[in-house]
Design a binder for this molecule. Structure first.
Ligand SMILES: Nc1ncnc2c1ncn2[C@@H]1O[C@H](COP(=O)(O)OP(=O)(O)OP(=O)(O)O)[C@@H](O)[C@H]1O
Length: 358
């Protein structure tokens, strides 16, 4: 396994690019040896471009890629020693499950006793031991994908295992099972793993560190808790969470932030400058109060464990997640934002500093 360093990577699919033409703007990042990473972002943000650069299918326009201290930028995919699991299962239908799992090892001339030990161990981890003699053609789609994952994990000598939206073909009710299985596998195999997805639940379940991308830029790298608690960018706040963070237009004056004419207490000092001011507060930290910001309830949804209340304050939609009694649609309510969870964003980026208590 290896540490992967991406140094000043930029990529454009067009010659003589202007700044906006880059599919990857500038990426400087180190993936630690043995880490479980998710690469999360919407369609078109550059995930596949980055993955293909790491695997060697694509040469970056600029920058270098290192596996540990070795520069692999000019090496073809076959020389990079990477395992990849794709959206659709890559297995040989005519072979047994055992032979499918053994294939990557036999292909590299590993002795049969090593093949047997490794295939047996991986099969146990994936809970497919009873299928080892079955011909792959007879497997269900989710079992086929499990075997595909097994093929990705069976070699011990790969630099990194990359998963590209591996649960796309899996039935929704089986997805959660495979998701947690993968997490468990990482804990046992301890390989460097990169899991590419546009699905926040998949990313947050699998990864210790989630790398969030938007428009060719990494907007935040953090633990699932970091991304939820302190989004570094409004995009992260909005993209992660269900519903996402409220992003409210703000006016800056007298050293403070105002929303629909009312001052809004922020978590701490404003430490940056910028033009476009927005207040970010997650619905989980908006509550109904006796006084404060006036808003009209536009929708109420009972989600079982809590109630989602959508309101309109001025022209802006504000969501609140509350417990207890729900207000009625059309009712005027007062909203309170929990101060330590209310942040200012300038030009999209977090601009307040959390107050440290003495
Ligand atoms: N072969 C190509 N030629 C030209 N432009 C491309 C090519 N591949 C990707 N792009 C562009 O590069 C940008 C990043 O695309 P990329 O496929 O890396 O994003 P993605 O996050 O993987 O999206 P998806 O989840 O839909 O695969 C997009 O604007 C896309 O249109």
């Amino acid at each position: 396994m290896a540490k992967i360093t991406l140094s000043k990577l930029r990529h454009s699919y067009v010659p003589d690019p202007q700044p906006d033409d880059y599919a990857l703007k500038e990426i400087d990042h180190v993936w630690d040896d043995g880490g479980a990473y998710a690469l999360l972002g919407p369609s078109g943000c550059g995930k596949s471009t980055l993955l293909n650069i790491i695997s060697g299918l694509l040469q970056p326009s600029e920058g270098r890629i290192l596996f540990d201290e070795t520069d692999v930028t000019d090496l073809p995919p076959a020389k990079r020693n990477i395992a990849q699991v794709f959206q659709f299962p890559v297995i040989y239908d005519t072979m047994s499950v055992y032979d499918n799992l053994a294939f990557p090892l036999r292909n590299r001339g590993r002795p049969e006793d090593v093949v047997k030990a490794r295939v047996t161990a991986i099969a146990e981890m994936l809970e497919v031991t009873s299928m080892l003699k079955t011909r792959a053609a007879h497997l269900t789609p989710d079992n086929k994908q499990k075997i595909s994952m097994g093929r990705g994990l069976v070699r011990e000598d790969v630099n990194v295992v990359m998963f590209d939206e591996p649960l796309t073909v899996i039935d929704p009710h089986l997805k959660w099972k495979l998701r947690s299985k993968l997490k468990e596998l990482h804990q046992r195999v301890r390989a460097t793993m990169i899991y590419v997805t546009h699905d926040q639940t998949e990313a947050l379940t699998f990864a210790d560190q989630v790398v969030v991308m938007d428009l060719g830029v990494i907007v935040q790298i953090g633990t699932p808790v970091d991304l939820f608690e302190r989004p570094a960018h409004t995009f992260v706040g909005h993209f992660i969470g269900s519903p996402g963070m409220n992003v409210l237009p703000a006016e800056l004056r007298d050293g403070g932030a105002f929303f629909v004419g009312r001052p809004v207490p922020l978590e701490g000092r404003i430490v940056k400058t910028g033009t476009l001011a927005q207040i970010g507060v997650r619905p989980e930290y908006v509550s109904l109060a006796d006084q404060g910001l006036e808003a009209v309830v536009t929708k109420v949804a009972d989600l079982g464990r809590h109630i989602l209340v959508e309101t309109r304050a001025g022209d802006t939609k504000v969501a609140a997640i509350i417990q207890g009694d729900a207000p009625a649609k059309g009712e005027t309510v007062h909203l309170d934002f929990r101060r330590d969870q209310t942040r200012l964003y300038l030009d999209g980026w977090l601009a307040t500093e959390a107050e440290t208590r003495e």
